[in-house]
Design a protein. Structure first.
Length: 437
């Protein structure tokens, strides 16, 4: 598909000024963690040979056969056979697995369902790192099918470790075509996933849905000590009370350093480069889930002092989604000047949101702001490169079949152009916003 990139200096004159938005109470998918298996080899993702780099853009056919059994819950795996017919036979696959539903709002609200697949034996699917657990993102809310892909491409260009990869597949379930899906890795501990120690490494999800408020029955969550963020421990799996207390205590050390704006200490406790990239990407796509927070990940390996931010996950709540029609709507890209961090993140000026101080208090440190501004000079170039890479996935025939199978009030071609314009206009707008921090 030929989509020309709009000039970086395109006009902002048609954009509206920011308007207050109430933080949504019902987010999209965040059932993307857990079941740590230590089941993978080293993540080889998209770093392979030139053939792999080219093949990743080609849509494959993925068939699931449950013998007619319904996939009706998010808790019970249904036995199945999975077959992948790829453009290159080296990516073909057939094996047995279990499949279940996944997601929160995407499972409850939308007719096109997302799924989680757990292979009986680990495998490298379509050139991605070996593992058992995989996700089929339905992307029903997203009229472009590129929102998560763009962020994954941007994160990879920025060098954020353990960033997910994208493979598109047309899925047939028990002989019935059910549309275009995004196949990607499960966010979890593992050599082919977040490669930290299974017993002593931490993978944390800062997520309201998995935290004590909305999941009080769970035994793997807590409120963070300083910023009172909802935290769910995803690794170690099934943490004991002692492990929970230790994770809370270790996170609090970093929280206190950020709260005190002790930047020298923060730099010993936090991979600041990953923190800046992670927060910057949230603002780039106007991901309001930073406010709740939801789907925000961080990790630290055994015997390591520094926390790292990532992986990136779940971005169809960004791009100026119209939350007034969140149950049925597909409206994005209306205003590129809305901000989640604001014009002054430290004081929350210029935004209706008030993200946790964990993400904003360092903007009260002059050296951090300087580092942030310097990094944006590189990130703004990655934005254009990530969009160019994202467009390469689009196959007009496939995207049209998806539109015909799941008709909504939008056309993919129009929305892809609107997304492109929004990204380019926002990139230019953020030049002035960040310069003014």
């Amino acid at each position: 598909m030929a989509l020309g990139v709009v000039a970086a200096g395109c006009s902002d004159k048609d954009a509206d000024e920011p308007t207050p938005i109430v933080t949504p109470q019902d987010p999209d998918d965040d059932d993307n963690q857990g079941d740590n298996e230590g089941d993978g080899d080293e993540n080889n993702g998209d770093e392979g040979d030139e053939n792999t780099k080219e093949m990743k853009y080609r849509v494959a056919q993925l068939s699931i056969d449950t013998g007619g059994a319904a996939i009706s819950t998010k808790t019970e795996y249904v036995p199945c056979t999975v077959t992948i017919d790829a453009d290159g036979e080296e990516w073909d696959y057939e094996g047995t697995a279990g499949i279940r539903g996944r997601g929160n709002s995407s499972w409850e609200w939308y007719p096109k369902k997302p799924y989680r697949i757990k292979l009986d034996k680990k495998a490298e699917l379509m050139g991605m790192g070996s593992g058992k657990s995989w996700v089929l993102l339905a992307n029903y809310r997203d009229p472009t099918d590129l929102m998560n892909t763009f962020v994954f491409e941007l994160g990879e260009l920025a060098g954020l470790q353990y960033t997910n990869h994208t493979r598109y597949v047309e899925v047939t379930l028990n002989g019935e075509y059910i549309g275009l899906y995004q196949l990607t890795e499960q966010v979890q501990q593992g050599k082919g996933r977040v490669n930290i120690d299974e017993k002593e490494g931490y993978l944390l999800s800062l997520d309201r849905d998995d935290g004590p408020e909305l999941a009080p029955e769970e035994t793997d969550n807590f409120w963070s000590e300083v910023y009172r963020m909802p935290v769910c421990v995803k690794n170690p799996d099934e943490p004991s009370a002692e492990v929970l207390a230790e994770a809370k205590s270790e996170l609090a050390i970093l929280e206190r350093a950020i709260k005190a704006k002790d930047y020298e200490l923060v730099k010993t406790l936090l991979d600041v480069e990953s923190f800046i990239d992670y927060v910057m990407i949230q603002e780039m796509v106007y991901n309001v889930e930073l406010d709740a927070p939801r789907s925000m990940f961080m990790y630290r390996d055994k015997d390591e002092e520094q926390w790292h931010m990532g992986p990136l996950w779940d971005f169809d709540a960004g791009y100026d989604f119209d939350w007034s029609n969140m149950y049925t709507g597909h409206t994005f890209f209306t205003n590129h000047k809305e901000l989640v961090l604001g014009t002054n993140p430290y004081t929350h000026a210029g935004t209706s949101y008030e993200v946790p101080g964990f993400f904003s208090d360092l903007f009260g440190v002059e050296e951090f702001v300087s580092d942030y501004k310097t990094r944006w000079k590189h990130m703004r170039d990655y934005v254009l490169q990530a969009w160019e890479a994202s467009k390469l996935y689009v196959d007009d025939d496939v995207w049209q079949r998806e539109q015909d199978t799941w008709p909504i009030s939008k056309t993919y071609s129009t929305e892809l152009n609107r997304m492109q314009n929004w990204i380019n206009n926002r990139r230019v707008y953020l030049d002035s916003v960040i310069d003014g921090y």
